[in-house]
Write a new protein. Structure first.
Length: 222
């Protein structure tokens, strides 16, 4: 047998070192891909909060029988007492009834274009990054909030409060301990946002629970 020359031994050692090094590198754990964030917004108005999503993401917009909605970039959703909300919140008696007696609910949908903050310059607008799954769950919650007939059709009720908007019959019951702002908190919770809906009655309470935690639902911490 031909003796192995020193140069050959060195070459084999280098080859083995490269081979084992490559194996060691391939065995290192692979970090999971960061969750992709999807953006929703909340707007804190005088009495109630609105949930804002990209109109192109809300496929159920086709159910709303308002073709002009398709010409806008964003949809804002608000939920509230059927009588008081549609009366623009100006009747003291309707407001008292809404608080004292459980009543039916309506959904207010407002379509607009441009940055949400510029459309609501007198309201606080907060950006909420949600995971893909959480965002999909938020959209599903909003879709399920509309009351539908036996054929699955929504029930349009009339013009909304501002801009291009309409009212629709909604699921759920409004009462003193389940207000429009409780509903908004439930919508965010459904989307994985870290908020506890219980005890959220006013828009101030809602916004204070959202403020400062706007990145918490997509992998970041406060």
């Amino acid at each position: 047998m031909r003796p192995t020359m020193p140069a050959e031994r060195d070459g084999r050692r280098r080859f083995l070192a490269l081979l084992t090094g490559a194996c060691a590198v391939s065995a290192l754990p692979v970090a999971p891909a960061a969750a992709r964030c999807r953006t929703a917004y909340v707007a804190g108005h005088d009495r109630h909060a609105g949930i804002i999503v990209d109109r192109r993401d809300f496929a159920a917009v086709l159910d709303l029988e308002t073709p002009d909605f398709l010409t806008r970039d964003w949809l804002e959703f608000g939920w509230g007492d059927a009588d008081f909300y549609q009366d623009r919140g100006e009747s003291f008696l309707l407001g008292l009834k809404a608080v004292l007696l459980p009543t039916g609910a309506v959904m207010h949908v407002h379509a607009f274009s441009g940055a949400p903050s510029s459309n609501f310059s007198k309201s606080e607008v907060l950006e909420l990054p949600l995971t893909d799954g959480g965002y999909a769950d938020l959209l599903a919650f909003l879709k399920a909030a509309f009351k539908r007939d036996g054929g699955g059709r929504v029930a349009p009720l009339g013009p909304g409060l501002y801009g291009l908007s309409r009212f629709y019959a909604a699921e759920g019951t409004y009462h003193a301990f389940h207000t429009c702002n409780t509903w908004a908190a439930e919508a965010l919770a459904a989307g994985g946002f870290p908020i506890e809906p219980a005890g959220v009655l006013t828009v101030g309470q809602f916004m204070s629970r959202v403020r400062g935690r706007t990145a918490a639902a997509c992998g970041a911490t406060d």
